[in-house]
Design a protein around this ligand. Structure first.
Ligand code: G3H
Ligand code: 13P
Ligand code: ZN
Length: 284
C-alpha cells in the first residue's frame, strides 16, 4: 500500500471510537517492529519521526524505511512528522512524501502559532497531507516545572475554538497533564479539561507523552475524543531491555543481529500491547 493520510485513519477512529497509535521510529529495527505489531494485530498505524530521529537517521533514510514498510504490508501506514518546529523542514517533509505533518508552535505567541500553522495547512491540504498542531505546552518529564507553572502550560479551552477555526488544522495536540519521557510519578490527567476541549471542537484530539500513562487513563482519554496516541519512551525501553537481556544471556556475542533481533521482538510486543489498549486491533 502507499502511505495513507493521517486524517483518513483518524476519521475512521472517530467513527469506531478507538485511537490509532503513533509510534516513534529512529532506525530499521524500530520500523520493522511497529509494522510487525500492526500486522499481528491487524491495525492501522502511524509511524512518526521526531527532530531527534531526523538528526540521527536522516530524512531520506526515514522516508526510505517507512515507504518500504508501507509498500510491503497490507495494513494502512501513515508517515508523520512529529513536533516539526521549522516551517521549511515541514514543507520539505511534505515534498518528500510524508502523509501527515505536525507543526508545533506551542512555544510561540498564540497569533504566531496560528499564522504558521495556517500556512502549513494551506500547503499540506493542497497535496492531501494531513496536519496536526499543538495548543498549550506539553512538557518533558525532565523539565524542572513548578506546580503553579504546570497549570499555565495546559491547553486553555478558551483558545481552542478560535485556534481550530483560524488554522483549519486536521487534528490538535493538547496539554492535559502528560509529559514526554519516563514519569517519576504517575501522571494526573485533567479529564475535565479534555472533555471541555472536546465539547468545543470536533476534530481528532492527539495525546502526547503517553508512555507510562496507565491503560485505564488512556482508555478514558479515548472515550473523551483522543484519536491519536503518541508512544516513544516505551519503545526505547523495550529496545534497550531487549539488548541488555541478549547481552546478559550471551556476554561473548559479537554479532549485532543477535542483540538487535531480541530487541526488535521486545518492541513488537510492547507495540502490540498498546494497539490493543487503543482498540485499533482488527481495524485494518
Ligand atoms: O516528542 C518527543 C519524542 O519522544 C522524540 O524525542 O527528539 O529525542 O527523538 P527525540
Ligand atoms: P513519550 O516518549 O512520553 O511516549 O512521548 C511520545 C510523544 O509524545 C512523541 O511526540
Ligand atoms: Zn510529543
Amino acid at each position: 500500500m502507499v502511505l495513507v493520510p493521517g486524517k483518513e485513519l483518524l476519521v475512521a477512529a472517530e467513527k469506531g471510537n478507538y485511537a490509532v497509535g503513533a509510534f516513534n521510529c529512529n532506525n530499521m529495527e524500530i520500523v520493522q517492529a511497529i509494522i510487525a505489531a500492526a500486522e499481528a494485530e491487524k491495525s492501522p498505524v502511524i509511524i512518526q519521526a521526531s527532530q531527534g530521529a531526523i538528526k540521527y537517521a536522516g530524512l531520506d533514510y526515514i522516508v526510505g524505511l517507512v515507504t518500504t514498510a508501507a509498500e510491503t504490508t497490507e495494513v494502512p501506514v501513515c508517515l508523520h512528522l512529529d513536533h516539526g518546529t521549522d516551517f521549511q523542514q515541514v514543507v520539505r517533509c511534505i515534498t518528500r512524501g510524508f502523509s501527515s505533518v505536525m507543526f508545533d508552535g506551542s512555544k510561540l505567541p498564540l497569533e504566531e502559532n496560528i499564522a504558521i500553522t495556517r500556512r502549513i495547512v494551506e500547503i499540506a491540504s493542497a497535496v492531501n497531507v494531513s496536519t496536526e498542531a499543538e495548543l498549550g505546552k506539553i512538557a518533558g518529564t525532565e523539565d524542572d516545572i513548578q506546580v503553579h507553572e504546570k497549570e499555565a502550560m495546559l491547553t486553555d479551552p478558551a483558545e481552542v475554538e478560535y485556534f481550530v477555526e483560524k488554522t483549519g488544522v486536521d487534528s490538535l495536540a493538547v496539554a492535559i497533564g502528560t509529559a514526554h519521557g519516563q514519569y517519576k510519578f504517575e501522571p494526573k490527567l485533567d479529564f475535565t479539561r479534555l472533555a471541555k476541549i472536546r465539547s468545543l471542537v470536533d476534530i481528532p484530539i492527539v495525546m502526547h507523552g503517553s508512555s507510562g500513562v496507565p491503560d485505564a487513563d488512556i482508555k478514558k482519554a479515548i472515550s473523551l475524543g483522543v484519536r491519536k496516541v503518541n508512544i516513544d519512551t516505551n519503545i526505547r525501553q523495550a529496545f534497550v531491555q531487549g539488548i541488555k537481556g541478549a547481552m546478559t544471556e550471551n556476554p561473548q556475542e559479537i554479532d549485532p543481529r543477535k542483540l538487535l533481533g531480541p530487541a526488535r521482538e521486545a518492541m513488537t510486543e510492547i507495540v502490540r500491547e498498546k494497539i490493543r489498549v487503543f482498540g485499533s486491533n482488527g481495524k485494518a
